[in-house]
Write a protein that binds this ligand. Structure first.
Ligand code: NAI
Ligand SMILES: C[N+](C)(C)CC(=O)CC(=O)[O-]
Length: 490
């Protein structure tokens, strides 16, 4: 049965939470007094649907339902997670927690999206302080994994573990802060950087666009993959962190930065910054900028996924959990031998489409190659076997592109063994969106020794698993198009 979350306050951040929960299969109950809230969340959902499901190479569960309610009491009914995302004012937060705790399950987690308040401040006057914890996300909540989880001294130990497990199951990264502090960890950096940037604009050193370029062409990309300390360790050269600190530490005492000074927010400064920002980005609407941002985030995070690093490693871990206990995680002996094998069930990611607005041709091969990898794993040719020196090389491939498919579509690939004996493995993949056949892939592979780089027999276990499927699949109809070649006029 679908799990239930309540979202109290459905603006920029509450909308992002609603999308994160719903796209992971949770039912979401929203309370927001704004009559526009339903429309706004609908637009956030539109953005989230086109970006989040394609992040992993396994399709997410069926989307949960989002419902809107006229009171907090009604919204929190049956919810095991309640996420408060009302405006950043302590009085509003306190009255919201009061109403939530009067009606909610005492065992539910109450997370607060607050950017700056400490949990002890949020918990003041609460009926059950231990139930309330900071769960500070990052915009867009449906794509960025970080959540700063700050329970404070009153935090209920068992509930903290529930919170961590729940956030992980949503594909998020709970960073558990043991000590509370104003603005947690990440917003302290963001504020320091923002303060410096405001000075640079005010003092006429750089425009908003030049500052953004200084970030996005350089250290911003670097931070996205290694953060601060690992980056500086590398920058210390072979002598590492100690050398880096010796070389650049003294500069901290030079007056490079404005430190805690904040430029006064005069009308002049606000107009200067807003004007420069309009000149820089005013050609796009906010929704267009959100879509550009999401395309870029998906592409970068999928790049990190291929490297199994940072936020990409998190996606791989989530994918492993999603496969567990399903046909996509099974081994040969658990699967019937007389039916084509399900080797992929995934959503077409945003970065797989091209100028024609559909999945681009190279991604058909990508999807089929992943399906072949999965079939190899099913018969026992897994990472461990490959590390020990055996694998398959593809000798020939033939793809038929039969129909279009677009970003966000869920595609399935089934695999039939045409020939499986000794070193030879001849596979037939069929790619579908529901019943619609999109493409076929015919692949001939040879088992090799990774030491000699030459064909070599597979292990007895792999050969037995392959032969079992080959014999079972021999009774299936011959696939239409098998052995087909492009007819040449001469
Ligand atoms: N915008 C951002 O970049 C981030 C904001 N946050 C935090 O998230 C929280 C919400 O911020 P945003 O979503 O940006 O604000 P927002 O202004 O976009 O949304 C706030 C929503 O709360 C609703 N609201 C007002 N009073 C309410 C009440 N009594 N009960 C229920 N809903 C009520 C409003 O109608 C509005 O839809 C704040 O605590 C903020 O610090 C956290 C991370 C990032
Ligand atoms: C500007 N902000 C302090 C509300 C930002 C955050 O809290 C996190 C984010 O998404 O950058």
């Amino acid at each position: 049965m679908a799990r239930t979350a309540a979202v109290i306050g459905g603006g920029v951040i509450g909308g992002g939470w609603a999308a994160r929960f719903a796209l992971n299969g949770w039912n979401v109950r929203v309370y927001d007094p704004d009559p526009e809230a339903e429309r706004k969340i609908g637009e956030v959902m539109g953005n989230a649907r086109r970006s989040l499901p394609g992040l992993t190479d396994v399709a997410l569960p069926a989307e949960g339902a989002i419902s809107f309610h006229s009171s907090i009491a009604e919204a929190v009914e049956g919810a095991e997670w309640i996420q408060e995302s009302v405006p950043e004012r302590l009085d509003i937060k306190h009255s919201t927690f009061g109403a939530i705790q009067q009606a909610c399950d005492p065992d539910a987690v109450i997370g607060s999206s607050t950017s700056g308040f400490k949990p002890s401040e949020l918990q003041e006057g609460a009926a059950r302080p231990g139930q309330i914890m900071v769960a500070h996300p990052f915009n867009p909540v449906y794509l960025l994994p970080l959540v700063e989880l700050v329970p404070g001294d009153a935090g209920d130990a068992a509930l903290i573990e529930v919170a961590k497990a729940t956030l992980s199951s949503l594909g998020m990264y709970p960073l558990h802060l043991r000590k509370e502090i104003d603005a947690h960890v990440a917003d302290r950096f963001l504020e320091a950087v923002w303060r410096e940037a405001l000075w640079l604009v005010k003092d006429g050193i750089a425009t908003t666009e030049e500052i953004d370029n200084a970030i996005r062409y350089g250290f911003g990309i670097r931070w996205a993959q290694m953060g601060l300390f690992e980056t500086y360790r590398v920058a210390g050269g072979e002598a590492g962190m100690k050398h880096f600190m010796a070389q650049f530490g003294p500069a901290l005492k030079w007056p490079w930065t404005k430190l805690m000074d904040v430029p006064e927010f005069t009308d002049e400064l606000v107009d200067l910054i807003a004007g420069q920002s309009d000149a820089q980005s005013g050609a796009y609407s906010i929704r267009e900028l959100e879509r550009i941002r999401d395309n870029n985030l998906v592409t970068m995070m999928r790049g990190l996924k291929a490297q199994d690093w940072g936020a990409g490693a998190l996606l791989n871990a989530q994918e492993k959990l999603m496969r567990a206990g399903t046909a996509l995680g099974a081994r040969a002996a658990e699967l019937p031998a007389d039916k084509p094998v399900l080797t992929a069930r995934r959503t077409v990611p945003l970065d797989w489409t091209d100028y024609n607005g559909h999945m681009t041709e190279s991604r058909y091969l990508h999807a089929f190659a992943d399906a072949t990898d999965r079939f190899m794993e099913i018969i026992g040719c897994d990472a461990e076997y490959i590390r020990a020196g055996g694998s398959y090389f593809t000798a020939e491939t033939h793809i038929q592109h039969l129909d279009e498919v677009h970003a966000g579509a869920v595609i399935e690939i089934t695999t039939q063994v045409i020939l499986g004996e000794g070193k030879k493995m001849h596979l037939w993949h069929e790619m579908r969106e529901a019943e619609r056949l999109l493409a076929t892939g015919e692949h001939f592979l040879l088992h090799v020794s990774l030491e000699t780089r030459k064909p070599a027999p597979p292990s007895a276990e792999i050969e037995a698993a392959l032969v079992r499927f080959a014999q079972g699949h021999a009774g299936l109809p011959r696939p239409e198009g098998l052995g087909r070649a492009i007819g040449a006029a001469r």
